[in-house]
Design a binder for this molecule. Structure first.
Ligand SMILES: [Zn+2]
Length: 663
């Protein structure tokens, strides 16, 4: 129990002495701090990872140990170790410092004075203090006042909650009077503006919560950030639940009810149960299932999912057994997939909620039910939608679209592949169709990601003085490769498995191109990445492996994956001047499905011409040198060779392109 009368001064938090602050800031290393939460890989002088603050499939979150800063080129967030902890863990400034002090075993000295520097921080501290006062006040009302005991405590006891649970979760009772809390708090020394800003008093200095049982909403560090009040009695007027308004310390989309108490259990069980209501959380915890949180009736937000993901990648969502709400709820879950979470769902029997069903079955059978009845979300969604479509072809097309959308949200390509396999069986459609549809969506998304990032990088480079933009990311933009090489690789990556007719022979695009280009020729590719791709393809063909976009999209080399994605994006464009500078006319780009044969041949031809032009230039130089050196023998030798090269070049240029036709 909280003490009956706590003086306001006891709520004031201690302030860390300046010299301790300096020691902490000098010691904390950004890479060490971030690594506790984000998987980082080395990229030159920097470290790179997937941004924990926004959803992305290609990493743009950069950590610079030299500057002791982090920076995300996707969402623009950046700062020092303290900033990272404040953004990532939701810590206040002193909380972040205390965290770092503990991490680096630095002893901190504290002083008892209020910090004067940052008015925003001071306001936050004041809001925490007044919320702590309100929490204790509501609690005293529940356990000690006549009304509280008669109305509030009896309500909780009727629902089967033990006192230990009510105390653990800081439940309380808001009295009937109308302004009881406000009057008491002002008497204790709180200013009415602070009470209003915390959402505890109305602008007329009346209590915001009146005659309701109270649920304290805790932040991740266990401090009370807000309250929810449930109305009592069936005849009472007003909404069933009311919540504190948004304040500087309470952002509804960033908070999950019960997470403060559940986090250790979530980590231990490596799973988080998600329910809808406050009392569902209380019931499950009382029943011994402690790894449970509530979304408090709102749709899940990416921030909430990321909160869970700090403790586990596995989430099991409990749905009440009514079909109407199910579809809407399922749509929201694509967000969860985007965060690379493994999502399972359990649907409770008709008319049951977690609270009621748990008390019907008892904890042991209920847990068994959860463990045996949970289904993978995408498969569940697929069969659920299929059932509803009842073989109507239009509805079925819509189902496929919905399923593809969910699958495309899964960031891991291997997991995506598995889903495609199973869902194509459930939907009874060709696997290749699902692959193609999914790749289209994935490519569009990634392209958009990349554009956003590049725009930010450019802005970054402009605003930074020279020499400090060293955090810019290498990306396999198509600009830096010789166009003739790039053109061949593009056709390989996008159409390797397309069948074409060459003379009498029927070949795949891959074997046609690679048969024409022997390994020695490939070795002469100037771009190292493109050379690697060509050699890798030759290798795979020699081993009898088949080649396709899917293979490249799942290639272990990230640059190859990225390049494939770029080419597959529907809005992929060469530079505007390609057509006029290199005479490269892109048939596949205009009519992608039908022109692989023609494009493959043209690309080969252009590559060969490019090589011959280069040889002509080199030889012409030798002719000139021999002439200037008065070496007649050498001069005639090179001149003859030059004529042969010219003939060869003309033959290639005039090749009859109609010998290769589309199968
Ligand atoms: Zn970001």
């Amino acid at each position: 129990m909280h003490p009956a009368h706590t003086p306001v001064s006891a709520y004031l938090c201690d302030v860390i002495a300046q010299k301790s602050v300096e020691r902490i800031l000098d010691t904390a290393r950004i890479d060490e701090v971030v690594s506790d939460f984000v998987t980082l890989r080395k990229r030159g002088a920097n470290l790179l990872g997937l941004c924990p603050f926004h959803t992305e499939k290609t990493p743009s979150f950069t950590v610079s140990p030299a500057k002791n800063l982090f920076k995300c080129f996707g969402c623009g967030r950046g700062g020092d170790p303290v900033k990272f902890l404040r953004e990532h863990e939701g810590f206040s400034y002193p909380e972040a410092l205390k965290y770092l002090a503990a991490k680096y075993q630095i002893e901190i000295e504290e002083t008892q004075e209020q910090r004067r520097d940052d008015p925003e921080e001071i306001l936050k501290d004041q809001l925490f203090v007044v919320n702590q006062y309100a929490r204790d006040y509501f609690s005293r009302q529940l356990f000690e006042s006549e009304d509280g005991k008669a109305l509030g405590l009896s309500y909780f006891k009727e629902r089967g909650f033990r006192e230990s649970i009510l105390e653990k979760f800081d439940l309380g009772f808001a009295p009937t009077g109308g302004s009881t809390l406000t009057v008491h708090a002002v008497h204790e020394g709180f200013r009415s503006e602070i009470l209003q800003q915390a959402g505890l008093s109305t602008s007329h200095n009346r209590d915001f919560f009146r005659e309701r049982v109270m649920f304290t909403i805790h932040g991740l560090s266990g401090k009370p950030v807000a309250f929810a009040g449930r109305i009592l009695g069936k005849t009472a007027k007003g909404p069933k639940y009311i919540n504190s308004p948004e304040t500087p310390i309470y952002h509804k989309s960033n908070v999950l009810y019960g997470l403060y108490f559940a986090r250790q259990a979530i980590r231990k069980e490596d799973n988080c149960y998600m329910v809808e209501g406050y009392t569902d959380v209380l019931s499950l915890v009382q029943g011994g299932i402690e790894n449970v949180v509530a979304s408090s009736g709102t749709a899940l937000t990416p921030e909430q999912i990321r909160l869970i993901k700090r403790f586990t990648p596995n989430m099991t969502i409990l749905f009440d057994g009514d079909a109407a709400g199910l579809n809407a709820a399922m749509r929201g879950l694509d967000l969860v997939l985007e965060q690379d979470m493994n999502v399972k769902v359990v649907v409770l029997p008709d008319g049951q909620d977690p609270d009621s069903y748990l008390s019907e079955l008892g904890p042991e059978k209920f847990l068994h039910f959860l463990e045996t009845e949970r289904k993978d979300f995408i498969l569940f969604k697929t069969s659920q939608l299929l059932q509803q479509s009842k073989n109507d072809p239009v509805a079925r097309t819509q189902v496929i679209k919905e399923v593809v959308r969910s699958i495309s949200r899964v960031p891991d390509p291997i997991k995506r592949g598995e889903y495609i396999k199973v869902c194509s069986q459930v939907l009874q459609v060709e696997e290749s169709l699902l692959i193609a549809e999914t790749n289209k969506v994935v490519a569009t998304d990634i392209q958009k990601d990349r554009r956003d990032r590049e725009r930010l990088e450019r802005r970054e480079e402009v605003t930074h003085e020279q020499g400090t933009s060293g955090t810019a990311l290498p990306s396999p933009t198509t600009e830096k490769h010789p166009p003739q090489e790039l053109d061949l690789v593009r056709i390989l990556l996008t159409g390797a498995d397309k069948m074409i007719q060459v003379g009498e022979e029927e070949l795949t695009v891959a074997s046609y191109i690679l048969k024409e280009l022997e390994e020695e020729v490939v070795q002469e590719f100037k771009s190292p990445l493109l050379r690697t791709i060509m050699l890798d393809c030759l290798d795979r063909l020699a081993k009898g492996d088949s080649l396709s976009s899917q293979v490249f999209l799942q290639h272990p080399n990230e640059d190859i994956r990225d390049l494939t994605i770029q080419f597959l994006s529907p809005d992929y464009q060469y530079s505007d001047n390609w057509e006029e500078r290199y005479h490269i006319v892109l048939h596949t780009q205009r009519m992608p499905e039908d022109n692989f044969a023609r494009d493959a041949q043209l690309a080969l031809q252009r590559y060969q011409l490019h090589k011959l032009d280069h040889l002509c230039d080199m030889n012409a130089q030798r002719v000139k040198e021999a002439f200037e050196a008065n070496d007649e023998e050498q001069y005639l030798h090179y001149l003859k060779f030059q004529q042969e090269l010219q003939t060869l070049r003309n033959n290639v240029a005039n090749q009859d392109l109609n010998t290769v036709v589309l199968k």
